[in-house]
Each structure stands twice: as structure tokens, then as C-alpha cells.
Design a protein around this ligand. Sequence first.
Ligand SMILES: Cc1cc2nc3c(=O)[nH]c(=O)nc-3n(C[C@H](O)[C@H](O)[C@H](O)COP(=O)(O)OP(=O)(O)OC[C@H]3O[C@@H](n4cnc5c(N)ncnc54)[C@H](O)[C@@H]3O)c2cc1C
Ligand SMILES: O=C(O)[C@@H]1CCCCN1
Length: 415
Amino acid sequence: MGYECIVIGAGIQGSFTAYHLAKNNKKTLLLEQFVLPHSRGSSHGQTRIIRKAYEDDFYIHMLEESYELWVQLEHEAGVKLYRQTGLLLMGPENAEDLQLIKNSMQRNKVPSVVLERHEFSQHIPSVNLTSGNEAIVETSAGILYADRALRAVQTVFQSHGGEIKDGEKVINIEPGDVITVTTDSGTYQAKNLVITAGPWAKTLLSHTGLQLPLKVLKINVCYWKEKVPGTYSIKNRFPCFIQLQPKEAQHDIYGLPSNEYPGLMKVSILDNNCDITETWQASNDFVELNLLFPPGFSPLAKASIWSETEPDERDRQKDRRDIDALSSYISCCFPGLVPVPAVEESCMYTVTPDKHFVLDRHPAYSNIVIGAGFSGHGFKFGPVVGKVLCELSMGQNPSYDLSPFSIQRFRANPE
Ligand SMILES: Cc1cc2nc3c(=O)[nH]c(=O)nc-3n(C[C@H](O)[C@H](O)[C@H](O)COP(=O)(O)OP(=O)(O)OC[C@H]3O[C@@H](n4cnc5c(N)ncnc54)[C@H](O)[C@@H]3O)c2cc1C
Ligand SMILES: O=C(O)[C@@H]1CCCCN1
């Protein structure tokens, strides 16, 4: 029995693609290697940030629709998926990335409030603003309930006639006018295929003869205990935050208000778009990042903050340098937290050299569509990513200019 479309990978991107296909009356099969729900890819966990604080207008435009589609899913599934908390963005005055974000927010009329240094502690008493930093709050940002969202989108997909087969790993793909997909327990055929395999994208694409510059990084996700429970909680109206660091630090820090584990706040590290591109060609085991801290922080010279990993072997990676860097930051700026992580979890980023996604057709097979390389910031875009991958798969013109997300951009001499 053939399908109009098979989607490989039931993370947030594949699930939303399948959802849109089924809503367009396409007979769709969603294949997932693990039994659902699982925590071995990139879409698990209770929360993700949704924000419009981006440097690029195209992300902000996509997010405008994404917010609407999240609300639509809330109505369809009858569950609450979004909670407005605001996003506190802190960074060195006149830092280029902060200025670019501020400018694009202003250009796109993203609701925000500048917190002057003298009024900062009155509004956010539990955070020490680093000297020489400025702060801005994006008021409409918030959190998405990730696990709940994944369940909701899969349920609505099934209610539109979509079929999910979990616990079935795809082991081969034979391209053609009719594509044959072989799993460890069956063979399926379809006119179209969408590959949204997260950290396993490289392995799956190799069956189609395509190599993309994707790196899989293991991320330590840490939760820190509040000295006084509730200090940084959603109930106390504490926002999500992103701390931009000086360029030389090559990593930024972010956090979400305490919510999922009562009394514990999630604070982790993110890279700040610097030198991953430069180290791309290096065949070392780590992405080399030079860490440099603002005054008061313990300097760590030329440390590797994230381990590159094989997605099936991430638990073997035990690098802790990012945790040391976080402890220093927390001691300095979040005095209400115990600077030793209470819970450590892990997740994976699949990053492209420029941190923009891959949303494109396969260069050799136009009936194979690829969604990959979400580079640690793709969850919030799920509804729109699913929509454009569905449009590409149905042979329609996509609703957005997808040139920032093209495969062509990785070619040494793009035509
Ligand atoms: C710690 C962390 C924090 C993040 N924070 C944010 C945030 O605040 N805001 C935000 O917007 N984004 C955030 N992200 C990014 C976001 O979560 C990811 O971009 C997104 O979840 C990627 O989804 P995906 O569907 O591409 O991948 P995945 O969720 O990994 O899904 C891919 C699926 O494909 C399946 N698969 C792979 N190979 C096969 C095969 N051979 N056969 C069958 N199935 C297969 C996998 O098992 C997996 O379920 C964060 C990510 C991490 C790790
Ligand atoms: O996509 C986001 O908004 C977050 C920012 C912090 C790092 C993880 N991703």
C-alpha cells in the first residue's frame, strides 16, 4: 500500500510536516526509530524558548506566523502550549550582535522595553547586571511546553488520518519516481519523502548520496537550585533570559524560569555564532572555543565547550567545561542560585556552519525534501518549518524565501 508522502523522524519538525500534509489530505506515514515519546533526539524536555529577538528579519517574519500556528494547535488539541514570560536580553553596551538584534526588533515593531541600568535592580532584583552591560525585555516572548506540544501535533496528525509507526528505524532509502523506504521491520513506498531526522540527518542522507556540513553537538542542560524557592519562577514573573557575552567569549548563556522542576532553574550555554565556521574543516574531536570571561569570572583559556558526538553515543561524552563556565557566571550574576548544578541532562544540537536551517529539496531528487540543521534554535519555528516542508513536498511555491536555508549556500562556488 503506497503513501503520498513518508516523513522520516517524529521530532518537532517531522511531526509538524506530517501534520500539515495530513491537513492537506495527503496520505502520510510518519516513521520514528524510537518508541514514542523518547528523549534521545532534540525535541524532548518540558520547555523551549519562543522569542522574536533575532538579528535577521526573515526569522522574525516566520515567527509572526509561527505564533499564530502555535495558538491554532492549542485550540485544535485543547491544551495550553505557550506561556508568556518575556525575554530578558542582556549584553555589552554597543556589542554588535546586541545592536543588530535591537535594530531588527525596532524595525519589525517587536514589543520591547529598555531597562536602564539605574532601574534594572528595581525590576529584576535577583540578577546582577554585569558592568558595562545593557538590558532589554522582549515582552511577548515566552516558553513553549515542548513535550506536550510534540504529543499534541502528533495527535492532531492522527486525527486527520495520518499514520505513525514508531520503533521502526529506517535503514535504507531507494530514490526514484516511487521512493522505497526500508525499516528494520518493513518496506514502504511513497511518491514523496521528507527527511527530518535531527542528529541522524547525515546518516540518512548518505542513503541518497548527499553530504551536508552538519555537526552534532552534545549539550549539557543544567538545572540550578534556588536558595529561596520561587525566586526565579514563572509565578514570580521571572522571564527567560539570554546573556550575550563579549565576542571573545565565543559563548552566550541562557536560562528559563523555574517551572518544570520546582525550585530549580534551567541555565545553560549557547555558542554565539563565532568560530564554529572557522573550525569547520578541523578534524579534531571538539569544537574549539576560546573562552574569555568578563571581569570577576574565572578565565579558561582555549577550552572546548561542546563535544562533537555520534548521536547514538552521546552518553559517553563527559565534557564538563561548560558547566564550570556556568558556575562562574551564576556565582557572579544570579546570587539567588546555588552555583552547583542540581540536575544535569543532555540534548543534541545539529548545527550548520552559519546556524541557519536547511529547508530545501534534494539537489538530485526533487521528490525528496530535507529539513535539517536546526542549530539549537528550531523548536519555536516548528509550525512554519512543517508548513514550508509540506509545501515543498506538494510541489508548491513555499510561503517564504528559502534562499537563507538552501543547500546551494554550502557549495564552494555557488552557481
Ligand atoms: C538543550 C536544547 C535547548 C534548546 N532550546 C531551544 C529553545 O529554547 N528554543 C528553540 O526554538 N529551540 C531550542 N532548541 C532546538 C530545538 O529543540 C531543535 O531545533 C528541534 O527540536 C529539532 O527538531 P528535529 O525534529 O529536527 O530533531 P529531533 O527532535 O531530533 O527529531 C528527529 C527524529 O528523527 C528520528 N530518526 C532519526 N533517524 C531515524 C531513522 N533512521 N529512522 C526513523 N527515525 C529516525 C529521531 O529518532 C528523532 O526522533 C534546543 C535544543 C536543545 C538540544
Ligand atoms: O532558540 C532559542 O531561543 C534558544 C536560545 C538559547 C539557546 C537555545 N535556544
